[in-house]
Design a protein around this ligand. Structure first.
Ligand SMILES: [Zn+2]
Length: 351
């Protein structure tokens, strides 16, 4: 009995229209008794036992009038089925509830198991060897600050374990190569070392002399990227008006509504980030850098689109050793990625 009770719903769906229609002829007393009987039924997730004195006690029907009301409701709203009074609708709702909670329980359990598996594998990989952040920075320099697989320098470079961790690869720098997010997510089980020949000598040399002394226009490169971005933005926007011109002042109210929209997008982005954290078991902080790509997508897509893409990608990647780490705003909400993911939702996978 206890196990049944723990599976009982905590809330009930009450379709007001249907309820009003079905109970319009009930007196307040009968209506009250009906509601008590329903609550009993739902709270145990079991039909009502056909034991009239037990029923009276349970719903506190003490007077003859109250007991008559109980009998009336039982006979008109429930069906005697052997030793119990049943109602089809309540059985259906309880069934649906249990199905939902079983599914949710299963998904939660699977997610926990996957996470455990991932962290176990990573700790095994780390027992075989580890690398530092600086070592990875040096490796990127050695590899020309490019994706060693496709040669692009337009994407942020990520650590790829050449022999995947789930195949027993270690986490030491010998087993790491910088790949762009695209290559990293598409490489599958291949274990090709794309690093340039002689990388290890160069690596050791830089490590000895210090990264600061290495030839690396990284900061220049980042500045260039920013400049490019600004240029693109300028191309997309209207020609710049001289600051303080009449036009700029006249457009003040428009700016206010723009501010309102931006504020709304920030709120939505926070909500969406919370959803991602909850679904993927992550803990991204709602800082501007994290919210920015989400806000950018909210200019073209709805909040619902964003939530659906998260649900879809968590479903796809949650149990995937390699892809799990891409369940993050910078990957999910990158313009080109997001359009692809959203496409999966509306058209299904492309042939
Ligand atoms: Zn690449």
């Amino acid at each position: 009995m206890k196990s049944e009770q723990s599976r009982a719903p905590y809330y009930i769906k009450l379709h007001l229209g249907d309820y009003e229609r079905d109970t319009v002829e009930l007196s307040p007393l009968q209506d009250g008794m009906y509601f008590r009987l329903m609550r009993w039924y739902y709270s145990t997730a079991n039909p009502i036992p056909n034991d009239i004195s037990r029923i009276y006690r349970r719903v506190h029907a003490l007077s003859v009038e109250e007991q008559e009301a109980v009998k009336y409701v039982l006979e008109n709203f429930f069906l005697l089925d052997g030793p119990v009074w049943r109602q089809k609708r309540i059985d259906h709702e309880i069934g649906e509830y249990m199905e939902r909670s079983e599914t949710a329980k299963y998904a939660a359990q699977r997610s926990v198991e996957n996470r455990q598996k991932r962290s176990e594998r990573l700790s095994t990989a780390r027992k075989l060897g580890t690398h530092t952040k600086t070592e990875f920075e040096i490796l990127k320099v050695v590899c020309g600050d490019k994706c060693v697989r496709c040669g692009t320098d337009e994407w942020q470079l990520e650590r790829d374990h050449i022999v995947p961790i789930y195949q027993g690869g270690s986490d030491s720098i010998d087993n790491i190569q910088p790949l762009c997010a695209k290559c990293n997510s598409s490489k599958g089980p291949e274990d090709i070392d794309h690093r340039p020949q002689g990388w290890i000598e160069k690596f050791n040399e830089i490590k000895e002399n210090g990264l600061a002394n290495a030839e690396r226009p990284l900061s220049d490169r980042l500045t260039n990227q920013n400049q490019n971005q600004n240029q693109n933005q300028n191309l997309n926007s209207k020609p710049l008006e001289p600051i303080g011109s009449c036009e700029a002042e006249a457009s003040q109210p428009v700016d206010n509504s723009q501010n309102e929209k931006a504020k709304k997008r920030r709120e939505d982005a926070r909500f969406i980030l919370g959803h991602l954290n909850a679904k993927a078991g992550r803990n991204f902080k709602p800082v501007p850098a994290t919210l920015k790509p989400i806000e950018a997508r909210l200019k073209e897509f709805s909040r619902g689109d964003c939530l659906r893409v998260i649900n879809l990608m968590v479903e796809k990647w949650d149990s995937d050793e390699k892809m799990y780490e891409y369940l993050r705003p910078s990957t999910l909400f990158r313009a080109s990625n997001f359009a692809d993911y959203n496409g999966l939702l509306t058209t299904g996978p492309k042939p």
